[in-house]
Every structure is written in C-alpha cells, then in structure tokens.
Design a protein around this ligand. Structure first.
Ligand SMILES: [Cu+2]
Length: 343
C-alpha cells in the first residue's frame, strides 16, 4: 500500500508539471470528462443539466486467501479445509441512472439511482459422504440512492481546477435478500443498510491534447444498520490520464487503489446460517479487501447533428493486485459502458 501510494504520488507530480494550455478547464472535448467509472469528476456551469446512464458488469472467478490463489476443493472440510460451502464465481451487473444540475458556478448538485443484479455459483458439501454439489444464488433490485453536491474550490486560467464532493448514500437497497427462507450472504445484499457519507476531492488538468485527473474519496458508514452491522469504511484513490485523438475521440488510462475494511458487527440470521453451513460468504471477517486496478477507456463526444453533445464511453478494468480479508472471490474484470448528455 505504501509503495503504491508513493508511485501514485510520483506519477501525479510528473503529470502535473506537463505544460498546461491557455484558458480555463473545459468539458467541451472528448476527454473533458474522466473515464466513465469515475463519479463526480466534473462540474457544470450554472443552469446546466446532465443525464447519464451507466452499465457496469463485474466478473469474479476463483478464490483468494489474502493475496494467494487457493482452490475451492482445498478449502472444503472433506479435504481438510474449514468450509462447507464456497463461492466459485459471481457476476455483479449494475445499472446506474444519474442526473446533475448546476445551481450556480460554485455548486453542482447530483444524484444517482442504482439497480443491481447479482448471481453467484457455489460448491457445497452434502450429506454424510460430503458429496460436492453445485448450487447458485441470485439477488436483484434497487441499490442505495446517492445524492450530493460538488463545490468548486478553485479554477485557474491554465486548464487546472479543483473541487470537493459532499455526498450521502441513503439505505434504500435491501439488506434482507434471501433464497427461499434463508438469508443470502453479505456480498449478495443490495445496500449497505447505513447512511454513508461520501466525501471526495478531485483535481483536473488539461493541456491541448491531454487531460488528467486525480481523485481521493471514500465512504464512511454512519452507525450500524437495522441488521446490527456496518460494512467497512472505504478509501479510494484514482489517477487518470487521457489523450485527445480527434475532436470526438479520446483514449484513457486509469490507476485505482481502493481499500475497504471488514464488516463490523453481524447479522444474526446470516450468523445462524454460518453455524449450519460454514461459508466465507456468511463471515463478517471475509468482507474487506485492498485492490489496485488498471483501466483502459475509449470516449466519444458527438460534435454535430441530432446527437450533438451526447457522449458514449467504454472502460475495461482488471486488477493489478488484490488482497482480501479471509477467503473471497477474486475480481477478474470489470466492463463499464456509459452514456451522458448535458445541455
Ligand atoms: Cu455532468
């Protein structure tokens, strides 16, 4: 973590000394917005609206214990492991609808609605013979609604600016998702169950053909949820750079580091399931992780015709390193697609 932070800082410093362009930062170019997975990266001018839709698909496959790959079989009790049930793969699909409105040049308000769709495959030992059976679980529905504001701290005439984000996440996502009468594990629940404070600080810079940005932020859980636990706090650091290829296209690269703590407290029903059928999915200590990802993105900004002002973006991300608490699924890849339109 320390090494990576130093590397990110060095990179940020070396990027920031690139020559800036004349004039203030502008969103009116293909790399005027950050890679599609970065939230709250840009502000709007007073009176401007923006609508956005994002689709994110994350695939997880295979198990990690700490930062080491382990086989599912080796973790089962019949082979000397401690678990009766283990996840083998998971897909998380998310649809995100966002709106932004600038009430002034200093304040842009934003809100985001999520719909989640989770599928998990599991191996479980059954009966006296401990025969391994395949099973699966699914959950879907509304996630936690987020809203907040971006505040312009400073903008300069050399293409640089810096802003703050104050956000709140409301506990609208279900934390009582079940399969039949049985509670699903923590990772299959649709929300945090707590009000979360989402602060962030973003720096942006532009030269004639390049743009870059850095964002640090996080999620702070306020209290415990109705099921007597809280997800771990999260800290995020992101650094990106983009090259304007034409007036309509840009390519981006992104480095992201995120760390989330273990679950504090426990859900009594999930704890009962863990007693009956021990699984990392039911264990609060198997729910934090440090992950560094690398992402590549392509952005399109329509300049003329009927779709003038519309943006399309795609980004692919893959982990560079991942260190989980306890035993958890390993992240394979994340694809994100997005559409944005401002007027
Ligand atoms: Cu916007």
């Amino acid at each position: 973590m320390k090494k990576l932070t130093t590397k990110l800082l060095l990179l940020a410093t070396s990027v920031s000394i690139l020559n800036a362009h004349e004039g203030p930062w502008t969103a009116g170019r293909p790399d005027g917005h950050a890679p599609i997975t970065v939230m709250g990266d840009h502000m709007h001018a007073m009176g401007e609206w923006m609508l956005s839709y994002r689709y994110m698909s994350m695939d997880m496959d295979g198990l990690l214990k700490g930062s080491d790959n382990v086989s599912t079989t080796s973790m089962l009790t019949k082979n000397g492991g401690e678990y009766v049930m283990l996840p083998t793969a998971m897909s998380m699909d998310m649809h995100m609808l966002g709106a932004m409105f600038a009430v002034s040049d200093k304040w842009t308000l934003m809100t985001m609605l999520n719909y989640l769709d989770n599928d998990m495959d599991m191996d479980m030992e059954m009966g006296a013979m401990k025969t391994v059976m395949k099973s699966s679980g699914a959950s879907s529905g509304l996630g936690d609604i987020k809203f907040g504001g971006l505040y312009d701290l400073a903008s300069w005439d050399n293409g640089r600016r810096v802003h703050l984000h104050f956000g709140l996440s409301a506990p609208t996502g279900s934390i009582e998702e079940k399969a039949g009468n049985d509670f699903l594990g923590y990772g299959m629940q649709l929300g945090s169950g707590t009000w979360d404070f989402l602060p962030a600080l973003t720096f942006l810079g532009q030269t004639d053909n390049y743009s870059w940005g850095a964002q640090v932020g996080g999620a702070l859980r306020m209290g415990d949820n109705d099921r007597d636990y809280s997800l771990g706090n999260r800290f995020d650091a992101t650094l990106w750079g983009a090259r304007k290829l034409t007036d309509s296209f840009s390519l981006s690269a992104k480095l992201d580091y995120a760390t989330q703590g273990q679950i504090d407290g426990k859900d009594a029903d999930i704890a009962t399931r863990n007693m009956m059928m021990k699984s990392p999915g039911f264990d609060p200590a198997s729910h934090g992780r440090d992950i560094s990802t690398f992402g590549l993105g392509l952005n399109y900004y329509c300049r003329n015709g009927t779709f003038k002002g519309h943006r399309l973006a795609v980004e692919w991300e893959t982990p560079m390193s991942e260190d989980v608490s306890g035993v958890q699924l390993e992240t394979d890849s994340i694809w994100s697609l997005g559409w944005q339109y401002a007027w």
